[in-house]
Design a protein around this ligand. Sequence first.
Ligand SMILES: Nc1ncnc2c1ncn2[C@@H]1O[C@H](COP(=O)(O)OP(=O)(O)O)[C@@H](O)[C@H]1O
Ligand SMILES: [Mg+2]
Length: 260
Amino acid sequence: MIAAAKIRTGVAGLDKMLHGGLVPGRPYILSGAPGSGKTILSVQFLREGLEGGERCLFVALEEPPNELKINMRAFRWNLDDLDVLDANSDIRRFEPTPLLEISTEEEPIKMRAIGERIRKTPDFESKEVTVHSLQQLLKNLLVKKSYERVVIDSITALKYFCMREFETALTTQSFMRYLSESKVTSLLTLELPEEGEVPPEAFLARGEFRLHKLRDETGIKRFVSVEKYKGSSHEEAVFPFEITNSGIVVNTVSKPAMAI
Ligand SMILES: Nc1ncnc2c1ncn2[C@@H]1O[C@H](COP(=O)(O)OP(=O)(O)O)[C@@H](O)[C@H]1O
Ligand SMILES: [Mg+2]
């Protein structure tokens, strides 16, 4: 069987590390500490899709879409056609009224329209964002809009804010399984508090790419590694990267970084 052509991640250096990019139609985990660059890289991944005329969806569970829009402004990416689904849970909202809810009928909003209008459920009913409602909504959206790239930012927030304690392990697994069955290429960000930990989500993902944030006497240093990549060869070394005005840039030219 001939392997499917790989697609670009939007970060040239990461594509090099992945020996050409991502095998499409599969779920991948992007893990790292808070502030390591996960959201930036995942938007860069969607922007790459938009440039190629693909339909892309960003599911925002960590920050309100208008904040995301402001944070991404510095990179001057054209994200007008990006669909953003506001799945921020009620308890994390700063708005005084809990009227901004997702229901299975709702549509994502275009990035270009964010800030110009506020979504409301027609019946003013406050619904919890559950993993089931999100999964159902995604199912409908994938059929209707045939997204090629989807980002879930983050699976950690989905776990903590949208699941009841007893259901986290099983529900996360079934959500990951659902994503692997749908034909979309998905990137799920994952908060990683401890270096060296293997998150359970990584077992079901087809690949895990990890952003490392280390501190030395000169300041913060960033590195990226490919922890796992099913069905593909990849670089084993850890490479330094920087967050620049044009997004994440991995330095694959200089000697690989020492083992972390
Ligand atoms: N315009 C920018 N230029 C350079 N670095 C930036 C810029 N915007 C954000 N950063 C860096 O990126 C970090 C946030 O990245 P983000 O992708 O939101 O992290 P994560 O999603 O992993 O928590 C900030 O803490 C800051 O160090
Ligand atoms: Mg983030």
